[in-house]
Design a protein around this ligand. Structure first.
Ligand SMILES: NC(=O)c1ccc[n+]([C@@H]2O[C@H](COP(=O)([O-])OP(=O)(O)OC[C@H]3O[C@@H](n4cnc5c(N)ncnc54)[C@H](O)[C@@H]3O)[C@@H](O)[C@H]2O)c1
Length: 315
């Protein structure tokens, strides 16, 4: 097994939204990357993606000597992993697709190579069942786009070794990611469950007529969302307790939160609610194209990431 700090060859399997972005990040970290995707057009997609992502990575985390062209597109997954020390799998989010691919990799992956799956919510225990090399398969779940967002959730399955989990945590941290260990398997891991909890209430607010789609989004992005980029919900509430911190916050607001939770319900994503959401974001976009929306997001995200990197460096 290569030391996590010495990986120079990574494979990316599945090069859509997430795979192309991972490829860009691995390149920015100076690695040689092999890419496989059954769609032949994926090669051009990755080339374009890397070129477009490169200026952002020059700002937030490129290592000296990194180059956007130290990668090649492979005809088979076996070829892509043949010399890889680490594999990031980004195939479509379907159990049977991942299992079929893993069956091929089980025979093809060099002994000692670690595979991490980007799966947003499938359980590794189900994906790795029956593999001879199951101990070296874990989840390494990123956030879109992985070349910008630092978080990676590492989760082991039933047959994943503790060594593999630790290896993945060390590897992702070494390549500049904020890796956290999710200690048990759960559908959606942790961060997607947190997103789903907030979005459940955001959808309910629209469906029940409490606020418009745009106002719900403003409630988050101009309110608590600003604080959440600095610190998470627990620490934010520790500060909410003033000098008394979390003990005072709990004493004061426990009854209120319990009462609010009791009124919360799960909305149905009915046709009418979906229509409201679609029309709502279209109105909120004020005619901006998807590309313009990404540009507007990144105009805030990049300086924020630079700021957080500086803060980490000083800590
Ligand atoms: N999109 C997100 O926001 C996001 C975020 C985090 C994680 N993920 C996870 O990343 C994975 C990929 O999602 P995506 O959004 O990039 O999907 P996508 O549809 O953009 O890309 C999937 C790619 O996989 C390719 N593919 C098809 N069959 C394949 C196979 N058998 N083996 C390998 N590749 C195959 C497709 O040609 C396509 O290029 C999923 O597991 C998803 O849950 C997605």
């Amino acid at each position: 097994m290569t030391q996590p700090t010495e990986v120079t060859r990574a494979a990316v399997l599945g090069a859509g939204t997430i795979g192309a972005s991972w490829a860009a990040w691995f390149l920015a970290r100076g690695m040689m990357v092999t890419v496989w995707d059954p769609r032949p057009e994926a090669e051009a997609y990755v080339r374009r993606y890397v070129a477009e992502a490169w200026p952002a990575m020059q700002r937030i985390g490129m290592v000296p000597g990194a180059a956007p062209d130290t990668w090649r597109f492979c005809a088979t997954p076996e070829d892509a992993v043949a010399e890889a020390q680490f594999v990031q799998e980004n195939a479509p989010e379907r159990l049977e697709v991942k299992r079929e691919l893993y069956g091929r990799l089980d025979r093809a992956m060099p002994a000692g190579t670690i595979l991490a799956s980007s799966t947003s919510g499938l359980l590794m225990s189900e994906m790795q069942a029956g593999l001879a090399s199951a101990a070296r398969f874990a989840v390494g779940h990123p956030f879109n786009p992985p070349h910008l967002i630092p978080l990676v959730e590492v989760v082991g399955g039933r047959d994943t070794s503790a060594e593999t989990v630790q290896w993945c945590l060390d590897f992702y941290r070494h390549i500049g990611k904020k890796a956290i260990h999710i200690r048990k398997e759960a559908r959606g891991h942790l961060a997607n469950r947190l997103q789903a909890a907030l979005w459940r209430e955001a959808v309910s607010a629209v469906a029940s007529g409490l606020a418009s789609v745009e106002d719900v989004d403003t409630a988050v992005s101009a309110g608590p969302g600003l604080r959440w980029a600095a610190m998470g919900p627990h620490m934010t509430f520790h500060l909410g307790g003033g000098e008394g911190g979390m003990p005072h916050m709990l004493h004061q607001f426990k009854p209120a939160f319990e009462a609010w939770w009791a009124t919360m319900t799960t909305p149905e994503l009915s046709e009418e609610t979906c229509r409201q959401l679609i029309e709502g974001v279209q109105a909120e976009a004020h005619g901006r194209s998807m590309q313009e929306l990404v540009r507007d997001r990144d105009a805030v995200l990049l300086p924020l990431l630079e700021l957080k990197a500086k803060q980490d460096a000083g800590a």
